[in-house]
Ligand binder design. Structure first.
Ligand code: ZN
Length: 149
């Protein structure tokens, strides 16, 4: 059976595509009954899994940010270090929204899928995002941030 499948990859792919739910359900059941295998598999491929996750996150983030603004940089200081850039809620409420959405990249995914409008969002680096939050909460704190490229 395995050999036949290897010789007919196109058929196998089509079958999987048509029976997606079945395949997922089957894999879920198998995973439940083989926790030891899963653990070993994860440990053996840990670095790869982490690296893959990192790349995926970066891609999603870039896509979401490019939908907010053509220029992917902090609107306040011009920082363009992707690791530091964040989606900023212009009117505040970011913490509240991320609590509702759950941690991780759900906001990015919502933006990409078009389920989340971007008119109340802009791009800021972590530093400017914090200052923006502080200013909203306490009034202007007179901080000046500069970024040397
Ligand atoms: Zn900044």
């Amino acid at each position: 059976m395995r050999k036949w499948r290897q010789e007919h990859p196109e058929y196998s792919r089509k079958w999987k595509e048509a029976n997606k739910d079945k395949v997922i359900e089957c894999r879920r059941k198998w995973n439940k009954t083989h926790p030891e295998y899963l653990r070993k598999h994860y440990e053996a491929n840990r670095d790869k899994a982490i690296e893959y996750g990192r790349k995926y996150n970066r891609k999603i983030k870039m896509m979401a940010l490019s939908m907010i603004s053509k220029k992917i940089e902090c609107i306040n200081c011009g920082c363009d270090d992707i690791r530091l850039l964040e989606v900023n809620h212009i009117n505040g409420g970011g913490t509240k929204e991320s609590k509702i959405l759950g941690a991780g990249c759900s906001l990015w995914l919502k933006i990409i899928s078009g389920k989340r409008k971007t008119d109340d969002l802009d791009i800021r680096c972590k530093v400017c995002n914090t200052i923006h939050y502080v200013n909203l909460k306490y009034g202007n704190t007179q901080h000046i941030i500069s970024y040397q490229k």
